[in-house]
Design a protein around this ligand. Structure first.
Ligand code: CTP
Ligand code: MG
Length: 231
């Protein structure tokens, strides 16, 4: 039976899922690839739907998969599926345009981060609710990071203590995200980047190891192993 989302929730979650998954190797679009027998998109949406603040979910799917994605998700939760664009940013914009009046907190969450816990959705939403305009989940960078030339010559070592690896869901006050997308020019790989460019402060909250982005075959194998212990 389809689970109903919380009608008193104040959060809409946009799920960009229209990418090809080139780095994962040949096959179907990444969001439709199986993780332990179920598409990544199903894992991701199930966790979003379990977060009590969520009132609306809008998925941006590849054009050829939109009807299929809607059919896959219908038994899990109420969801709107739109056709995504050629870039992630276009896919997010298409999903944003489909959010009905009501939710004043908008989260943007990659389908590729299929194991991101419901608790992370809640903590990002809570930080926006507490008055932040823009919130991102981050992890410390554990590797030493070098800056290099085109020819792979080391230019210098970056101070890692001031670096953070950024995840999704990223959360925004609705008007802030809408304004950033309305005036976006260059495509960026995340939404906080658009907001940042406009001078809006972006706040960090602790991310989760489980919110890893499934990008390469190794990540998919890792996610399969994590599934048993994932919250
Ligand atoms: N995405 C999207 N629309 C696009 C490109 C990406 O909705 N035109 C989504 C992906 O489906 C994914 C998220 O943005 O959930 C993060 O992108 P990424 O991990 O780069 O996924 P892909 O673009 O599918 O992978 P690749 O870059 O390897 O092709
Ligand atoms: Mg991509």
């Amino acid at each position: 039976m389809t689970a109903q989302l919380n009608p008193r929730g104040d959060v809409a979650v946009l799920v960009p899922a229209a990418g090809a998954g080139v780095r994962l190797g040949p096959g179907r679009p990444k969001a439709l690839r199986p993780l332990a027998g179920e598409p990544l998109l199903v894992h991701a949406v199930r966790r979003i739907a379990a977060a009590p603040s969520v009132r609306t979910i809008v998925v941006a799917a590849p054009a050829a998969e939109a009807a299929g994605a809607a059919a896959l998700l219908a038994p899990i939760t109420e969801v709107t599926v739109v056709v995504g664009g050629a870039t992630r940013q276009e896919s997010v914009a298409a999903a944003l345009a489909a959010v009905p009046a009501g939710p004043e907190i908008i989260l943007v969450h990659d389908a590729a981060r299929a194991l991101a816990p419901s608790a992370l959705v809640e903590s990002v939403a809570a930080a926006v609710r507490s008055g932040r305009d823009a919130v991102i989940p981050v992890l410390p960078v554990v590797d030493t990071v070098k800056q290099v030339t085109d020819g792979e010559l080391v230019v210098g070592t970056v101070d890692r203590s001031a670096l953070r690896a950024v995840q999704t869901p990223q959360g925004f006050r609705r008007a802030v995200l809408a304004a950033a997308h309305a005036e976006a020019v260059d495509p960026l790989t995340d939404d906080a980047g658009l907001v940042e460019k406009r001078g809006v402060p972006v706040h960090c909250v602790p991310g989760s190891e489980y919110a890893l982005k499934i990008t390469r075959p190794f990540d998919l194998a890792l996610a399969e192993h994590l599934l048993g212990t994932a919250p």
